[in-house]
Design a protein around this ligand. Structure first.
Ligand SMILES: [Mn+2]
Length: 274
């Protein structure tokens, strides 16, 4: 099923005001309903290599495998849909490729990247992530963060050292505790949820969320919900006005229509007469 007509997808990425280069990478396949964002780290072009390789690898792997998956199947061992497992495998493959590339090339040693992957299918999302790039959902004008950062800061909040409010002013904001490409094997956080018409999903790097308040993000996306490009531009402009100390990536996906793959009784009945 081609999802292009049902789900609008838009992505923008910006170097910001301080960094010389952009180490974030964004990519998507509208027909497949696949959206990917990565925020790379590591010297000597390592960051952009890690994020670029990861996004390309995930998109290629999903393009290869997803079309052959029969919708509605659950893997009995994990309890996840086959679509979720497809995303997970693609990220694990990207991890191996980035890890190996870093091992083989001394310039890129130690490079890694965050990644967040959103896959739409059959009125459902599969959401996978590693690191502190995030996915939010706006439903009925309310903003909700769906991913939980793999960061030192989040761990300190979880252990009760900080409240979320205190954490905003903390140093160590950008220390990730899990990244793609650093170890030969990586654990991917996976979740699935129902997607409904008029939901808007935001994928973003920490260059946005460190500098722009949730409330502003929510207001802006609601205000420009019919013009995703304008919404993304406004968010990037705000991050730059607030200092733009990091690369800023914003991807927005809006569900314009039901995208169930299950056939209704009428089309089933018609099919009998074919
Ligand atoms: Mn960043």
């Amino acid at each position: 099923m081609n999802l292009q007509e049902k789900i609008a997808i838009l992505g923008l990425t910006d170097t910001g005001m301080v960094r010389k280069k952009n180490e974030d990478t964004i990519g998507f396949d509208s027909a497949l309903g696949l959206v990917v964002l990565a925020d790379g780290m590591g010297g000597h072009r390592g960051g952009e290599v890690a994020s670029g390789l990861s996004v390309d690898t995930v998109i290629n792997a999903v393009q290869q495998k997803l079309p052959s998956i029969e919708p509605g199947q659950i893997d009995p061992d994990s309890g996840y849909s086959l679509e979720s497992l497809c995303i997970q495998e693609a990220i694990e493959t990207a991890n191996q490729i980035v890890y190996r590339t870093a091992e083989e090339n001394s310039d890129h040693r130690g490079m890694g990247t965050t990644i967040v992957v959103l896959q739409f299918y059959n009125n459902t999302i599969s959401l996978a992530h590693i690191g502190d790039s995030r996915c939010y959902r706006i439903r009925k004008d309310q903003l909700e963060q769906l991913t939980k950062d793999h960061s030192l800061l989040q761990e300190l909040i979880d252990r009760g050292f900080y409240t979320a409010e205190e954490a905003k002013n903390s140093m160590n904001k950008n220390l990730v505790t899990r990244a793609l490409g650093i170890d030969p094997v990586v654990t991917v956080d996976m979740q699935e949820d129902i997607a409904i018409k008029n939901d808007i999903y935001l994928l973003c790097s920490d260059g946005l969320t460190d500098l722009v308040e949730d409330e502003y993000i929510c207001l802006t996306i609601n205000r420009f919900s019919d013009n995703l490009e304008e919404a993304a531009k406004q968010l990037i402009t705000k991050a730059n006005q607030n200092g733009g100390k990091d690369n800023i990536s914003v991807m927005l996906c809006k569900i314009n229509d039901d995208f169930s793959t299950k056939k209704g009784w009428f089309s089933k009945m018609i099919a009998w007469f074919d």
